[in-house]
Design a protein around this ligand. Sequence first.
Ligand SMILES: C[S@@+](CC[C@H](N)C(=O)[O-])C[C@H]1O[C@@H](n2cnc3c(N)ncnc32)[C@H](O)[C@@H]1O
Length: 338
Amino acid sequence: VSDSAHQPPRFLTHLFGWYAMTMLAVGARSGLLDALIAAPGTAEDIARRAGVDPRNALEWLRALTVAGHSTFADGRFALSEETAMAFGPGFPVDARAIVDFADRTGDLLPTVAEAIRSGRGVDSQVYQAAYGTAVARVNSPTYAAALVDEWIGGVPGLADRLSAGGMIADLACGNGDAAAIMGRAFPSARVVGYDIDTALFPTSSLPDNVTLRPGDARSSDPGQQFDVVTCLDSFHHFGDPGKVAEQARSLLNPGGVFLVAESGLSGDLAVDTGNPVALIVCAAGLLYCLQENLAAGGPGFSGGDGPDWLIKALQAAGFRDVQTRDSPTGYRIFTATA
Ligand SMILES: C[S@@+](CC[C@H](N)C(=O)[O-])C[C@H]1O[C@@H](n2cnc3c(N)ncnc32)[C@H](O)[C@@H]1O
């Protein structure tokens, strides 16, 4: 049965995709994926390298081959060229982190189903425990590619100001990767990352001009003023967007810039249906962001709502010159002047 001459019905292609992603996830968990990424080999070679049962390795390799992630010739399996590129260095997203994120989301389904019933959301600690570093690892390659040159560079004069020095705060900094990226790009500036949860703060060293501190984006008073405040892929997780906007404004020196990265969806379903990342934004919104927001007592704004709620929150907090621009990364960048 097919809905066109060449395409299986959407339901089936989604089922195929779910199985393929699950194979990658179980390969990541068992060591098979790393063993195959490391080098081609027979099923026995790859099983030995991964330290797993050979019969199970063979079944996994067959599934990976029929999914198109591996090739099979002369008794040897090898990662397909396309998949090797996706898991290799220089790919614009961290495919391995995305597999981990999808895999760990599976563990959360009973909790989320209950939250969908109750409307009470799911506490952020539940997500931290389930996801660990996966969220930060999903986002970091985008920040490495776009945060300095495209996002900060897109605000006239801002990169030059920061090259001469200044103070930057990153609200909800997660593992601090974005703070470290800004610290390295602007060695004369100082960067302070704040997050309500310090569990992801790195144990390895950060650039000398970067520090991470515990801090609630809604209320903490760090006793410092900043020239730039950033908030990346986090605003829609907060319980109280109005309070965070006010807090960001109070942290900024007059003329300072608040830079926010949020989903690039329009909030108009007729438009967003044609956007290939809209499914990820809406589904991850339901499974993660919206639940965190509701559990924190928030109004439940999400990427699927589009930009208006955030523009209004920034304007209500007294920011001037609120602007948005769409980034090729899929984010919408909001800038506002204190
Ligand atoms: C989706 S993660 C994004 C983290 C990081 N900005 C990134 O892009 O990788 C959302 C972050 O918001 C933090 N967070 C949630 N509520 C917060 C609050 N009220 N104050 C500060 N951080 C908060 C969480 O601990 C988490 O690290």
